[in-house]
Write a protein that binds this ligand. Structure first.
Ligand code: HQG
Length: 167
């Protein structure tokens, strides 16, 4: 639902939603045992709250992290003065050179605390936490968004807004 919805024959709407009924039919072609209760359990217990139902439970979508084009219709909000980005040490030279780029995702992902950022960085190798001057970047005109599951999103962070590395 974030990267290859077509693999299940699903098409997301412009805001990333898919019909719960369609998703169940698609999942049941792989595993006939899948039920609405399983989806409810995933939405309720996923450790990152990656997915959400619409209020009427007719639709479901991922809260962030898409590499397919969706408009989550998030409202731009004022970020805290400082946010954190967890990455791997091997990316540092490139990040110092060209800043944080969103790559295949729709946004650069930032964390509200260094501990979360460390966990994000560890996915890629030896983790390192960068401090991002989010307030300053916002005042310079950048938009920031807060996903339903607490991830801060922005389009890019140029090197002058990135502080020292905390390994
Ligand atoms: C790095 C997980 C070289 C960037 C997490 C990162 C997050 C650069 C990697 C969410 C660079 C991209 C996103 C540059 C950025 N040169 N490397 N100029 N700019 N990078 O996975 O932030 O499990 O696309 O530092 O919890 O690691 O998907 O981004 O290391 O919230 O829900 O390029 O993914 O959530 O990697 O993680 P990713 P990310 P989910």
């Amino acid at each position: 639902m974030r990267h290859k919805p077509e693999e299940l024959g699903l098409e997301l709407d412009a805001q990333g939603w898919v019909s719960v009924a369609d998703l169940l039919v698609a999942l049941q072609t792989r595993n006939p045992e899948v039920t609405l209760d399983h989806l409810r359990e995933v939405v309720a217990t996923n450790e990152k709250k990656r997915f959400a139902f619409s209020a009427d439970e007719q639709l479901i979508r991922a809260n962030q992290g898409h590499s397919v084009a969706v408009d989550l219709a998030l409202e731009a909000v004022v970020p805290p003065e400082v946010l954190y980005h967890g990455t791997a040490t091997r990316f540092l030279a490139s990040i110092r050179e060209s800043g944080l780029q969103r790559g295949s995702r729709q946004h650069v992902h930032l964390s509200a605390d260094p501990e979360t950022a460390t966990a994000v960085g560890r996915r890629h190798g030896r983790p390192v936490v960068l401090t991002v001057q989010a307030g300053k970047l916002h005042r310079a005109g950048a938009s920031f968004y807060l996903s339903e599951n607490g991830v801060w999103l922005t389009l890019s962070v140029s090197p002058e807004y990135i502080d020292e590395a905390r390994v």
